[in-house]
Write a protein that binds this ligand. Structure first.
Ligand SMILES: [Zn+2]
Length: 326
């Protein structure tokens, strides 16, 4: 998550808060599919390992993360959206790129509409002046966790290809530099005239919250996304967070540039509410602090949710009339 004034301190003090479709895969296979905790742990562990040096945009460390994510997309039958998986940023001094995969929709009409699923894979790198021996900000929660959960959803979508609308899997870069990867891509897609229906962004999902819902959604009142996600989940999957509203976290992650460019429902789901994790932007944001069981549960819950979102007959996720806070 991008740093917002006052938030880092807050984290430290621990504040409370209808065409015919031929399905190529027998449906029984699809319904028994389950994300495994071992796979979640494997991806998370690699992305947050010291070898990747905190995945600072433009660094050698993040290059390794990009190669890993590209290979994973390829292995799961997901094609590059552009000429390669790499979408090079035009708004950052050091060469950085979003990693973008594409799963074409299987419905003749709906495939012209795009659903974007995103997570930023960059973090803040090394802090030489950090106290203690460990100087590497591994960013396990921020945001190897969201990247990992999304990667499991991508594997599922890439394998079964049950999606009627087309899907972009986007691993954003330079989020920590001010949402640069998402500003770049949102503008590019707008210029290309891409018909984006909605966007869902995954942020900081490595540690559970103590509420009666699993995640909060940013900009809760701006659209009916929360209502729809809960309907699709048949449970209270997402809720409204006072902290997220107070600090307008709607504007603090990669969903925001897409709202700005397209005026579409574009939100972030997260389980970091500033009370349940003490190592925000800290070298101790490490693999050992993450709850991979929780992450696996989330990934499994999200499979039918994203499927229903992508396959809905109409664009039923809509903006509310309420004005978005600037
Ligand atoms: Zn962050």
């Amino acid at each position: 998550m991008k740093k917002i004034l006052g938030l880092a301190l807050l984290a430290l003090v621990g504040c409370k808060t209808t065409s015919k479709v031929i399905d190529p895969i027998p449906p029984q296979l699809e319904t028994v599919y389950e994300v495994s905790e071992a796979n979640v742990a494997e991806t998370l562990k690699y992305l947050s390992s010291d070898e990747l040096e905190g995945r600072d945009s433009g660094s050698k460390g993040i290059e390794k993360a990009a190669v890993y994510l590209e290979n994973q997309l390829k292995q799961n039958g997901i094609k590059p959206y552009f000429s390669s998986y790499r979408d090079t940023l035009t708004n950052y001094k050091t060469i950085s790129y979003n990693v973008v995969g594409y799963i074409e929709g299987n419905d003749k009409k709906l495939k012209n509409e795009v659903v974007i699923l995103g997570a930023h894979y960059d973090h803040i790198g090394i802090t030489p002046e950090a106290k203690g021996e460990d100087k590497i900000n591994n960013g396990a929660n921020d945001n190897a966790s969201g990247t990992t959960v999304l990667s499991e959803i991508a594997k599922y979508l890439g394998t079964f290809k049950t999606n009627k609308r087309s899907v972009l899997i986007v691993y954003f870069s330079a989020e920590e530099k001010g949402l640069l990867g998402s500003y770049h891509l949102a503008k590019k897609l707008k210029e290309k005239g891409v018909n984006v229906y909605t966007l869902l962004n995954f942020e900081m999902l490595g540690v559970p919250m103590n509420y009666d819902y699993d995640m909060f959604i940013t900009g809760y009142d701006f659209s009916n996304m929360a209502t729809k996600l809960n309907e699709y989940a048949e449970s209270t999957l997402v809720g409204k967070s006072e902290m997220a509203e107070k600090y307008n976290l709607f504007k603090a992650s990669d969903n925001y540039p897409f709202y700005e460019q397209f005026g579409i429902p574009s939100h972030t789901i997260s389980a970091f509410d500033f009370s349940n994790f003490n190592y925000y932007h800290h070298p101790k944001d490490e693999f050992q602090e993450m709850d991979t069981q929780f992450m696996t549960k989330l990934a499994n819950k999200m499979l039918p949710v994203v499927t229903k979102m992508i396959n809905a007959d109409t664009q039923e996720i809509k903006m509310n009339n309420q004005e978005v806070k600037k």
